[in-house]
Structures are given as structure tokens and as C-alpha cells.
Design a protein around this ligand. Structure first.
Ligand code: ASP
Length: 588
């Protein structure tokens, strides 16, 4: 037997047993005639003792061990004199009687510790070593546990996991496609799926009724803000359902995961908020509801003071930061600088302090009386000791800026605890989004999303105001997933394509297969997809999805370890009938 036990398994009750362990040398230290070696595997760490008085040659061999050598050790378990309460195996150690070096190791480029000295790039280049670190390994263990529980829940509800192809044709999610040249069809390309959207709808036409898939999706986007070019979705679809059925089914899934993975019970239904309310109260379609600080609209109360910043603005909005009236000039300046950053883009920030003694201090005292300002504070239910922060400008832009300011204040006040979870559904999204640049409407979700039945009459007359039967699951300010009830009527689908500026020819070329399928009895259907990486990172309490992916890519879409993407041979290019227009040096 290679090993009798793992390195995380032995306890005081095992004292006296003869055991064999195998693993990596975490560290070796010599203390007088004794050498202590910590041996590590996936399951934990065990201390091995080599005593030169018992066996000088063996101890000598142990002294030659380097970090990350792979060893096999046989010995006897005994109670440790100085116990380590932080280690599950900390009550025992192994007195070694045999040592075999199974493999040597170069000195690793960074320490294999939770608190490592390795920078990001180095760790990505040697990701296989990074993955030896307990904190990284635990994220993948969590990921596995979650995938398992997802399958258990969905299986219990009658969902079938069906695989869909990876070499396909352009998909409707609206990002740029990754493409793959076809050798057998020179000059033609496959696209990698941005999601299995069209296939899962076809499976509904096929009568599969309840489908899911934990599936890789590919989007060639600029990788700002924690995106990966390939990521994983929990993709789901159901037939003969209305929005309510879908919300209940997948609220059940999210609760199941929290319960069985985190031991957290959500007994109440998740709150639901319309998109319009989310924008009005939080300036975001994915509000972080771990804390309040909802927006207070002040436009009507600020009218006509002669203060052009407010008078000329379409929107004046504020948040009330509890207990912050003591903010110094410097702290207020920092906040002003924060909202003026180019990424946020506010022109300035106004503030009002309601002091502990009830008096008012503000940056707008020149234009407003205390009585006027008191009406703002009343509307915001401010209490003595609170600070009101105010932004003014164009409605949508200012709401987004105020959203950033609210999140910043939430962080400063410690209200965004990663171990606290606040889930909600955002519903009633608009069906369309207007784009000023191209002067046309885009589908806010995707072109197969059904309009709210109550708004169908407005499709032509008030297109921008039509609501979709679309919903997002939001957790702690992150969009965890989203979906919609689909259009299953070929005529309405045609109309939708038309409103999106797709000619009939274009629509046929891109989605003809789906339109054809819809002629053969498509059932009413709907579904959603969760971002699996994001889901894992939220439960792990991490900001980045990179940490929960075994082999992630960096911000330029590169895999630093295997060094991809890379050039291919001329012969390969020839086979594909492709010529690369960029000179070799430019490509470097
Ligand atoms: N395919 C959609 C997405 O990737 C999800 C859905 O509508 O089911 O966002």
C-alpha cells in the first residue's frame, strides 16, 4: 500500500499505530538532534519527527529534504508534547522509521502557504503550484460541492442534463463571438457559444420539458472588471411555465445551495423589486441590499434657488450616511474626488450635516435657508449626527454616480460583510435599450425574450417603455443570474426581429433554424442561467471569479501558464486557407 492514511487524518486516538503517509514537504527544520518535517497533501498537514539518536542515517536523509520534495514516510503515531491547536492533526506526530524520496523538486518560485510571497503573475505562470495552496484548493472544493448540490437539486426536480455543441453558429447574447476556422469548409467559421440559448429552446421544442447544463460559455469581451473569456453557466430551461414557476423553482435552487453548502437557511421568500424601483432607489439593476441608504429625490425641493448646479439638473438625488456628520473637510474632499474620478464622472458633490445638536452645516448654505434644507433632511429621515451627500445632473448618469457613492459609503461603514448574504429578484426589466450611437434599439436581454403581455400593444407606439418578462437574481450587488419567458410564437418573434432592426433575411440567416423549429409546435417556455463562477466566488466571500477557476486567464485574455493564445504553423494556416495580415514582429 502506498499510504495507510492521508496527511490530514490522524488524531490522538491513533497513537501507537504504525502508518505510512505520502505527500509533499511543506517545511523541514533541524533542532539539535531532531529534524521535524511537515508533510502535506490535499487533506492536511502532519508533523514527522526524525531522531538522530534512534537512526542517524535516516535523520541525515531527512536533513537533505527540500521544500516540495515528494516523500513516503513510515512510522509510529504518538502524542505530541507541544500541541498545535490550529491544526486538526496538531495533537500527534509520527516518529519516522523509514523515508523514501519519491521525487525531488526545484525550489518553488514562491512559498506554498496561504499567505504566499508570490505575486499574481508568478502564481498564474505556476498555477499548478498555486493550486497546492490550501486557500486556493478550498475554493475548488467548494466549487465541486456546489456543482454536486446543483445536480442533486435539479435532478430531484426532474431536470435532465443535456450537452449542447461547442462548435456552433453565432449566438444571440450580444457580445463578440470567438470563432474557429473550419478546415473541411475553407473560408467558413464556427462560433463558440456565448450561451446554449438557442439549443435549450430547441430542446423545449423537442419536448425535453426540464433541461439544465453546467456549461462553458465564451464571450470575446474586453476583460474589465473581473470577467473571463470562458466562464461557466448553470443553464436551465423549462416548458409550460410562467414567470412565477421559474422564479420559484430557481429560488429553490439558490436556497438549496445556501443550505447544503453554507448551512444558511433562508426561510422567507426572496424580495422582488421592479427594475424601475431598483434604478430609482439604488441607481443599479443589481442593488446591494445588505444595507439601506436608499436614494432620496430632492429635485422638487431644490427648485428655483438660483443655484444653477441644481436648477439646471434634471435630477437631484441624495443618500443619508448614518452617523457621519463628524466627517472632516478632508474626508469630504476625498469623497468629492471619488465621485469626480473619470470612471464615475460626477462634476462635484454637495453635502449637508445634521449635527448632534440639531444645527445644520452644508456646502450649499449660500443658496438655501436652514428651513429649506431641513425639508430635504426630513424627506431622507436623517437623524442628528447624519450626513447627507447630494449629486445633481442628468437622471440616469447621476443615479449611477450616486450608486457608486452609496457603495463606497457602505464599504467605509463596514456594511458590506462578505459573509452576509442578501438575495433578491429584480423583475420587469425593459425589453429594449436605446443606443444613441447607432440610433436603434437593442434587446436588453436577448431577442427571444417575451414582452410583458400587458405591454404588447405598446410595441410600436411606445417601444422603449415595453417591459420584458425578464428577471435577474441579485446577491450582494452582483447579478448572479438572469433569464426570461421566451417568445414561442413565430409571428411575434418576427416582429421582435423587425423592431431590433434585423431584416427578414438577416433573421433567417442567423436564426432560421429556430424560426423553422417554431413552426412545429413550440411549447410556451422560459428559463434562466446563473453565472457559476460568480456564484462560487460569492459563497467563498471572494471578489474575483479568477480565484475559483482552476486555470484562469489574465486581463489580456492570456493563459500565462501554457502561454496561449499563440501563433500557429504556416502549414496549419494553409490547411485552413487563412492568411495572417499582421507581421510576425507586430504579433509579438
Ligand atoms: N442565455 C441567457 C444568458 O446567457 C440566459 C437565459 O436567458 O436563459 O444570459
Amino acid at each position: 500500500m502506498f499510504r495507510t492514511n492521508t496527511c490530514g487524518e490522524l488524531r490522538l486516538s491513533d497513537a501507537g499505530k504504525s502508518v505510512t503517509l505520502a505527500g509533499w514537504v511543506q517545511r523541514a527544520r533541524k533542532m539539535g538532534g531532531m529534524t521535524f518535517v511537515d508533510i502535506r497533501d490535499r487533506y492536511g498537514l502532519t508533523q514527522i519527527v526524525f531522531n538522530s539518536e534512534n537512526d542517524a542515517a535516516l535523520c541525515e536523509a531527512a536533513n537533505k529534504l527540500g521544500r516540495e520534495f515528494v516523500i513516503q514516510v513510515t512510522g509510529t503515531v504518538r502524542e505530541r508534547e507541544s500541541k498545535n491547536a490550529n491544526l486538526p492533526t496538531g495533537d500527534i506526530e509520527i516518529i519516522a522509521t523509514e523515508l523514501k524520496v519519491l521525487n525531488r523538486s526545484d525550489v518553488p518560485p514562491f512559498t506554498i502557504e496561504d499567505d504566499t510571497d508570490g505575486g499574481d503573475d508568478l502564481r498564474m505562470k505556476y498555477r499548478y503550484l498555486d493550486l497546492r495552496r490550501g486557500c486556493v484548493r478550498r475554493n475548488l472544493e467548494l466549487r465541486h460541492r456546489m456543482a454536486f448540490e446543483i445536480r442533486r437539486y435539479l435532478d430531484s426536480k426532474g431536470f435532465l442534463e443535456v450537452e449542447t455543441p461547442v462548435l456552433i453558429k453565432s449566438t444571440p447574447e450580444g457580445a463578440r463571438d470567438f470563432v474557429v476556422p473550419s478546415r473541411m469548409n475553407p473560408g467558413e467559421f464556427y462560433a463558440l457559444p456565448q450561451s446554449p440559448q438557442t439549443f435549450k429552446q430547441l430542446l423545449m421544442v423537442s419536448g425535453f420539458d426540464r433541461y439544465f447544463q453546467i456549461v462553458k460559455c465564451f464571450r470575446d469581451e474586453d476583460l474589465r472588471a473581473d470577467r473571463q473569456p470562458e466562464f461557466t453557466q448553470i443553464d436551465c430551461e423549462m416548458s409550460f411555465v410562467e414567470q412565477e414557476d421559474v422564479l420559484q423553482m430557481f429560488e429553490g435552487l439558490v436556497k438549496h445551495i445556501f443550505k447544503y453548502v453554507k448551512d444558511i437557511d433562508f426561510s422567507e421568500p426572496f424580495p422582488r423589486m421592479t427594475w424601475a424601483d431598483a434604478m430609482r432607489l439604488y441607481g443599479s439593476d443589481k442593488p446591494d441590499t445588505r444595507f439601506g441608504m436608499e436614494f432620496v429625490e430632492l429635485k422638487d425641493l431644490t427648485e428655483g434657488s438660483g443655484f444653477s448646479v441644481m436648477d439646471d439638473a434634471k435630477y437631484v438625488g441624495a443618500i443619508v450616511a448614518p452617523g457621519c456628520a463628524g466627517y472632516t473637510r478632508k474626508q469630504l474632499d476625498q469623497l468629492t474626488d471619488f465621485v469626480k474620478r473619470p470612471q464615475i464622472g460626477a462634476k462635484g458633490m454637495m453635502w449637508v450635516k445634521l449635527e448632534d445638536d440639531g444645527s445644520i452645516k452644508s456646502s450649499v448654505g449660500k443658496f438655501f435657508t436652514d428651513e429649506q434644507i431641513r425639508t430635504w433632511l426630513e424627506r431622507g429621515a436623517a437623524k442628528p449626527g447624519d450626513l447627507m451627500l447630494i449629486l445633481a445632473g442628468d437622471t440616469m448618469k447621476t443615479r449611477k454616480q450616486l450608486c457608486e457613492l452609496r457603495l463606497e459609503m457602505g464599504s467605509r461603514l463596514g456594511l458590506r460583510d462578505p459573509q452576509k448574504f442578501s438575495c433578491l429578484w429584480v423583475i420587469d426589466f425593459p425589453l429594449f435599450e436605446w443606443d444613441d450611437e447607432t440610433q436603434r434599439y437593442y434587446a436588453m436581454h436577448h431577442p427571444f425574450t417575451a414582452p410583458n403581455p400587458d405591454d404588447i400593444d405598446m410595441l410600436d407606439s411606445d417601444t422603449g417603455a415595453v417591459r420584458a418578462t425578464a428577471y435577474d437574481m441579485v446577491v450582494n450587488g452582483n447579478e448572479l443570474g438572469g433569464g426570461s419567458i421566451r417568445i414561442h410564437d413565430a409571428e411575434l418573434q418576427d416582429k421582435m426581429f423587425h423592431l431590433l432592426g434585423l431584416s427578414e433575411e438577416d433573421a433567417r440567416y442567423k436564426f432560421g433554424f429556430l424560426m423553422n423549429a417554431f413552426k412545429f409546435g413550440a411549447p410556451p417556455h422560459g428559463g434562466l442561467a446563473f453565472g457559476f463562477d460568480r456564484f462560487v466566488s460569492i459563497l467563498a466571500g471572494l471578489d474575483s471569479i479568477r480565484d475559483v477557476i482552476a486555470f484562469p486567464k489574465n486581463n489580456s485574455g492570456r493563459d500565462m501558464m501554457i502561454d496561449a493564445p499563440s501563433r500557429i504553423d504556416d502549414s496549419q494556416l494553409q490547411e485552413l486557407a487563412i492568411e495572417v495580415a499582421i507581421a510576425e514582429e507586430e504579433n509579438k
